[in-house]
Write a protein that binds this ligand. Structure first.
Ligand code: SF4
Length: 360
């Protein structure tokens, strides 16, 4: 997607995050094999991921399928509990489980708008329910429904309120799903691949709606996507995940103009670009690793064109490439400080290998 920008320059005034996830770690048990030979194995879905969502900003979480993006989104929404790490709302620990009060602050929009809407109910019903449950209508349900539909640009609202989901286009259904999320007046919207199931022609309308909600209603939005081009268009900050770990974070224009991590360079090289005349300089090779037994050291090393010996043995620390740009890659570690970092990384890697061996 070759798009003009919907993002803005970042504010020089420091703001307090609405929602934070600190050092989030999550694994899942899966069954491998059949019958008597079946064994339980652990999938290390997310390890040590830290995310902050500020009011009036869009943060994109980008990576291939299986990178752990959706798990981070579900951890922040409190749909699942972390094994380690914590979620903070306004700087205070969030409740253990997703309570009604938490849901009123943090709403989630899912990938498939058709599956998330009940086909036997009209649009009005989908919007009335959260308004009633959370007592948000102030005694005038019809006006509240109309207001929600106007906020997501479904006009005239009376016309759309009477429709069934199958009578709407994919983009209109996703707007209804977003309106339902807005019904409780949340401060955080977590949108998990909200445009990936929509036709290319209507994706831009939904992205512009999210940009509008960020600017008009000062929502903190987490935009989960595998499409780095749409992240550049919409997001203020991009965080890149690979194999369950965060590998690079920067303002979106900085990250896409000057990617520091080889995996981000690979993602950008793979993104379609009608203006590119030559084939991408960095050709992709291999596939993401199994999270049952991730590679030692840097998890990207089997695919990395710049791999060094140290990358195979030791986990790269996250280092500051510039004041607001960080990357977890040995290429950016000062050789003079490598010895100090080596000790830390060796200990971390040794601990995680020990833990994996114990679990087997
Ligand atoms: Fe490549 Fe090494 Fe950097 Fe990993 S740490 S991305 S293997 S150069």
């Amino acid at each position: 997607m070759n798009l003009a920008y919907a993002n803005r320059p970042t504010s020089p005034i420091p703001v307090r995050p609405v929602l934070e996830g600190r050092e989030l770690t999550k694994s899942f048990w899966v069954k491998q094999g059949r019958g008597l030979f079946a064994q339980r194995a652990r999938v290390h879905a997310v390890e040590g991921v830290t995310v902050r969502l500020d009011p009036g900003t869009v943060t994109a979480l980008v990576g291939e399928s299986g990178a752990g993006k959706t798990t981070v989104a579900r951890l922040l929404a409190k749909i699942i509990k972390p094994d380690a790490g914590e979620v903070l709302l306004d700087g205070r620990p969030a409740p253990e489980a997703r309570s009604r009060a938490y849901a009123a602050q943090v709403q989630m929009v899912f990938q498939d708008p058709f599956a998330s809407l009940n086909p036997v109910h009209r649009v009005r019903h989908h919007l009335v329910r959260p308004l009633q449950i959370h007592h948000m209508a102030n005694g005038n349900l019809e006006a509240a429904v109309a207001d929600l539909l106007r906020r997501v640009a479904l006009k005239p609202p009376d016309h759309f309120a009477r429709k069934f989901p199958h009578e709407l286009s994919g983009g209109q259904r996703q707007r209804v799903a977003i309106a339902r999320g807005l019904a409780v007046r949340p401060r955080v919207l977590i949108a998990d691949e909200p445009v990936s199931m929509l036709d290319v022609s209507i994706r831009l309308g939904v992205l512009n709606l999210l940009a509008d909600l960020r600017d008009r209603e000062k929502l903190a939005i987490l935009y989960v996507t595998h499409d780095i081009a749409s992240a550049r268009y919409l997001a203020d900050t991009i965080m890149v995940m690979y194999a369950g770990q965060l590998v690079e974070t920067a303002p979106s224009v900085t990250l896409t103009d000057r990617p520091a991590h080889p995996y981000t360079q690979l993602l950008l090289a793979a993104a379609p670009d009608p203006d590119r005349l030559k084939p991408p300089a960095l050709a992709g090779r291999g596939a993401p690793p199994s999270l049952l037994a991730p590679p030692s050291g840097c998890r990207f090393h089997p695919r990395c064109p710049y791999v060094m010996e140290i990358c195979k043995r030791q986990v790269p620390p996250s280092v500051a490439v510039s004041s607001d740009h960080s990357a977890a890659c040995w290429l950016h570690v000062d050789p003079k400080t490598q010895r100090v970092n080596d000790k830390h990384s060796l200990a971390t890697e040794r601990d995680s290998v020990d833990q994996r061996n114990e679990e087997r």
